[in-house]
Design a protein around this ligand. Structure first.
Ligand SMILES: *[C@@H]1O[C@H](CO)[C@@H](O)[C@H](O)[C@H]1NC(C)=O
Ligand SMILES: *[C@@H]1O[C@H](CO)[C@@H](O)[C@H](O)[C@H]1NC(C)=O
Ligand SMILES: *[C@@H]1O[C@H](CO)[C@@H](O)[C@H](O)[C@H]1NC(C)=O
Length: 371
């Protein structure tokens, strides 16, 4: 069993979702060249961010218009911003590789999530857009970028994301602070289940994306995506911004969903970001309702089938006076506060916390004994 931990650690030497720096000139060039709305062209050329607003139904389209005319959306550091409605873009000229809003909206069947979409060919960070404009956007709104230059990762790691990644962030609001730390697991599960769902619907062999606790997505032992949830609290409300990056169609820097399909000799189908995003929200809305009404227990079994850690043996280090003592413990699941539940060889249950210093959560785990 210990061998598994070692193997697991060796996987971590693979590169993360960081890729080569994007060639700025060529990226904005290829987009602005094919978008005819004059605001769009002008803004892309001078490298200011453009946000395109669109809605699923009349209600969200009206909300989008109101947001545009109130002109209250902002970016960090007062970066310049131009706002366009989808209806103002010349559809014929929108480049094929940019996000296909109609295809997404047609597959979306939610009441709340994903119905107001803010997309951009190129943004520093979708997470910043939703978290800085939490109050201006209806709850459940999503921001998507074709290319992201300063995507936020855990512990302020920045990653650069190439074309072909599904990159988005959305908002939700919660009241029960005890379960806020668990919502990231609901998000993770909704994305892995969305991929499975698409496979089932299209008669494909299963593409089994796994969760590496707490918030990475793995495929074939390689990192294929990640999740980031942040929240702020005021007046009994937690404003949560959830961000996801999933490499759908770009082999760089590690692997992607469509590479897996090729390996499985599937020729007739390729994952599309639009379909993955819509299916994600359809799943997420169902899971989120279960989570709020019945707690994380209702999703726990599925979560444990999807993560990589059941029965995993890990070493925790403990300082006793001046000696560092190592204990081997076996991961059992999650505790109610969202940390790892483990059992020692002496049957002592404990909760494992990251030490806050190590980039890899599984190095530098701190143990807290449970009764
Ligand atoms: C970026 O692309 C332009 C246009 O293709 C090219 O001239 C330039 O050398 C590239 N820069 C880098 C750093 O690759
Ligand atoms: C993009 O625009 C250029 C010139 O404006 C055109 O030649 C090219 O075919 C367009 N590409 C797409 C995918 O529309
Ligand atoms: C959370 O969002 C609400 C609007 O939905 C806003 O009134 C409140 O100030 C926000 N709280 C924080 C801490 O930003």
């Amino acid at each position: 069993m210990l061998l598994r931990v070692l193997l697991f650690h060796s996987l971590l030497r693979y590169p993360s979702l960081r890729s080569k720096p994007v060639n700025k000139t060529s990226v904005s060039y290829c987009y602005c060249n094919n978008l005819s709305a004059s605001t769009f062209m002008a803004s892309s050329v001078v490298d200011c961010s453009t946000l395109v607003l669109c809605g699923k139904s009349l209600a969200e389209i009206e909300a989008a218009k109101a947001i545009k005319s109130s002109n209250t959306l902002k970016l960090p550091d007062n970066e310049e911003l131009s706002i366009v409605l989808q209806s103002e873009l010349d559809g014929e000229n929108v480049m094929r590789r940019s996000f296909n809003v109609d295809s997404f909206m047609n597959s979306l069947c939610t009441d709340t999530f994903g119905r107001l979409l803010v997309w951009s060919p190129r943004l520093a960070s979708t997470h910043d857009v939703v978290s800085h404009n939490f109050c201006e956007l209806p709850i459940g709104s999503v921001c998507l970028a074709d290319v992201q230059t300063k995507g936020r990762g855990r512990s302020k790691n920045v990653w650069e994301s190439p074309l072909g990644c599904l990159l988005f962030s959305f908002t939700l609001q919660m009241e029960d602070g005890r379960i806020v730390p668990l919502v990231q697991y609901v998000v993770s599960l909704a994305i892995t289940e969305a991929v499975k769902d698409i496979c089932n619907k299209n008669g494909l062999p299963s593409v089994d994306v796994k969760i590496k606790w707490p918030n990475d997505l793995y495929l074939n032992g390689l990192k294929v995506g990640g999740i980031l949830c942040t929240s702020t609290y005021k007046l009994k409300k937690f404003n949560v911004s959830a961000g996801i990056g999933l490499n759908v169609n770009n082999e760089k820097p590690t692997t992607c969903l469509n590479t897996k399909l090729r390996e499985l000799s599937v020729e007739a189908y390729r994952f599309q970001r639009e379909d993955v995003l819509a299916t994600f929200f359809n799943k997420f809305e169902t899971f989120y309702r279960l989570f709020i009404d019945q707690g994380f227990q209702s999703l726990e079994e599925l979560y444990y089938k999807t993560w990589l850690h059941s029965g995993q043996r890990v070493i925790v280090q403990e300082k006793n006076d001046d000696n560092v003592v190592e204990h081997v413990v076996t991961i059992q699941g999650l505790t109610s506060s969202g940390y790892l539940l483990a059992v020692g060889d002496d049957s002592q249950l404990c909760e494992l916390h990251p030490d806050g210093n190590s980039f890899d959560f599984f190095k530098g785990l701190v143990r807290r004994k449970l009764e």
